[in-house]
Design a protein around this ligand. Structure first.
Ligand code: FE
Length: 209
């Protein structure tokens, strides 16, 4: 059985960018429901398998069985999302990560513009990602429960574009949410460790056992 992981910080730690009310509902209700539903749907098929393995297998049969992929994908994406944020965000990344940003986008401001643009122009629900693909950082987005985990490349950082991620705090203003998210809570130290893993050919963050 998969267990809802604890948040890596208290529920009010990301205020005012993300309110305690949003975190409590988002983590305690939405994320919990995805984890519970994954357990229920996968049941006997779960033994000894990591959530990553379940998501990858479910992706292959999602045409026949979309429910398992939708719930397992959402469970994994949210786990990755909590780690993509930190109360001590805000400082621009340095070192290898800054170099990779420079090579791919020019500078951190250009990455910010690209990321916010991707998130704002993404139609309806989904996820805005920074991924390591084809030897460089790229910005992309996925729809609904789809996850960078099952596409080519390694996930580096993600922001939730579903309305439940920002509606309480920003109403329908996804752009303001994305800008403040990027400027104040995006976890560049997590992004750097993901990049290191990607460059070493490893997956990086995994769902906790
Ligand atoms: Fe969400």
């Amino acid at each position: 059985m998969f267990r809802l992981p604890d948040l890596p910080y208290p529920a009010d730690a990301l205020e005012p960018t993300v309110s305690r009310a949003t975190m409590e509902t988002h983590w305690g209700r939405h994320h919990k429901a995805y984890v519970d539903k994954t357990n229920e749907l996968a049941a006997a098929g779960l033994q000894g398998r990591s959530l990553e393995e379940v998501v990858i297998a479910a992706a292959e049969s999602r045409a026949e069985n979309p429910k398992l992929f939708n719930n397992a994908g959402q469970a994994w994406n949210h786990g990755f999302f909590w780690n993509s944020m930190t109360p001590t965000g805000g400082a621009a990344p340095s070192g290898e990560f800054a170099l990779a940003v420079e090579q791919a986008f020019g500078d951190q401001q250009a990455l910010r513009n690209r990321f916010v643009e991707e998130g704002v122009s993404h139609f309806a629900s989904g996820w805005a990602w920074i991924v390591w693909r084809e030897g460089r950082l790229q910005v992309t987005s996925t729809h609904d429960a789809d996850t960078a985990l099952v596409h080519e490349g390694t996930p580096i950082l993600v922001c939730d574009l579903w309305e439940h991620a920002y509606y309480l705090d920003y109403k329908q203003d996804r752009k303001s949410f994305l800008e403040r998210w990027f400027d104040t809570v995006a976890n560049w130290s997590f992004a750097s460790s993901q990049l290191q893993a990607a460059q070493a050919g490893q997956q990086g963050w995994r769902w906790p056992e």
